[in-house]
Design a protein. Structure first.
Length: 367
């Protein structure tokens, strides 16, 4: 009986050792909050293949265009023969159009390579190499010097004929912090299951921790043979957010087990900051009021004229555009001879209780 108990204990110990060994097979790990306070880092400077984590930058460039008003989530994009032929993911039909929102969902939830390519192709005006140049320019602008992008999706050189998308855990952590500036990203990445194309295409997330580990709402997985299993995780509990970057696990199951362990350990306390990492990234200005946006109407000599915003009014403190109400202040006498000139100011008060000010220019109303 004693020998039997010892056998059980030994088997349990060996089993735990094997599990521990399995989840320790990663090549890089970083854990920190959303403010740059790093609590754990291992091989943070090691350059590793990114695989589909590449799609985070693709999504950011799209969402920046949406935030600036240059692109709408409801805009429909044409699918080229090249984009439709990209493997691994959902089926997109060449010649069809899909909304930007649906292509983002396919990119972030399902990690569909053709959707990421279609988005990149559009932003690059049909030139995918121009788009990867935009990706790299953005990385340089953000000070993420280890990141090198060669594709919009992260497929390896054996497929693309180009270089390897790569970077280190430190820069991916900073990239993750920046991504949190875009609420639409988390609205998508938190979905374990969804649909696109009016419900015609089902999307199942590649992030197995959604719905399994409390608070997990993103961010992106990645895998190919050279990269191993990568993931950037984020979770929020009690108003506190953690970011976990794992690169190079041998199996997705090992990566997921480690991610769950690190998230629970972080929220269970006992973590102290080992490094303060300033993202060095300036927030993207959100356009609150557009140049030439109609603010009001004035009647001069029986004719109506428009009061327009003279310039763009932007904010780096807002993540979404508020609903606005306007208070207009004009000079004592506004006359027809003032057309094209600044004739006053406005204060736009948002439903977020913030105020935004701008100059008013007098123009004729479009007929």
């Amino acid at each position: 009986m004693k020998r039997f108990k010892k056998s059980i204990i030994l088997a349990t110990f060996l089993g735990l050792s094997l599990i521990s060994s399995a989840i320790s097979d990663y090549r890089a790990l970083l854990v920190g909050d959303d403010k740059g306070n790093v609590t754990k880092v291992e091989n943070g400077n090691a350059i590793r293949p990114l695989a589909s984590i590449t799609k985070v930058m693709t999504s950011i460039l799209v969402l920046e265009k949406v935030k600036s008003g240059e692109l709408s989530l409801n805009d429909r994009l044409f699918i080229s023969d090249t984009a439709a032929a990209i493997p691994y993911g959902i089926k997109l039909v060449a010649g069809n159009t899909y909304t930007v929102r649906d292509l983002l969902k396919a990119t972030i939830i399902r990690s569909s390579n053709n959707a990421a390519y279609a988005l990149g192709e559009y932003l690059g005006n049909g030139d995918i190499w121009k788009f990867t140049g935009m990706m790299n320019a953005k990385a340089r602008e953000m000070g993420l010097t280890s990141l090198r992008f060669c594709s919009p999706h992260g497929l390896p050189p054996s497929y693309t004929g180009s270089c390897m998308d790569e970077g280190n855990a430190r820069d991916l952590y900073k990239l993750a912090m920046y991504t949190l500036n875009f609420p639409e990203y988390l609205k998508i990445s938190r979905l374990a299951n969804d649909t696109m194309d009016s419900g015609m295409i089902a999307l199942k997330s590649t992030n197995a921790l959604l719905g399994k580990v409390s608070g997990v709402d993103g961010l992106k997985t990645g895998y190919h043979n050279a990269a191993g299993s990568n993931i950037i995780l984020t979770a929020i509990r009690g108003g506190k957010r953690v970011i976990v970057v794992i690169l190079g696990s041998q199996k997705a199951a090992n990566r997921n087990a480690l991610g769950e362990q690190e998230i629970n350990s972080y929220f269970n306390g006992g973590n102290s900051t080992v490094e303060r990492m300033d993202s060095g990234i300036k927030p993207v200005p959100l356009k609150i009021v557009s140049r030439d946006e109609l603010i009001g109407v004035i009647t001069i000599d029986g004719l109506k004229y428009g009061l327009f915003s003279a310039d763009d009014v932007t904010s780096t403190e807002d993540r979404s555009k508020p609903t606005l109400s306007y208070k207009i202040s004009l000079k004592d006498k506004v006359e027809k001879k003032d057309l094209g000139k600044v004739v006053g100011t406005f204060i736009a008060t948002g439903n977020n209780n913030r105020e935004y000010t701008g100059a008013i220019i007098l123009k004729e109303l479009s007929k």
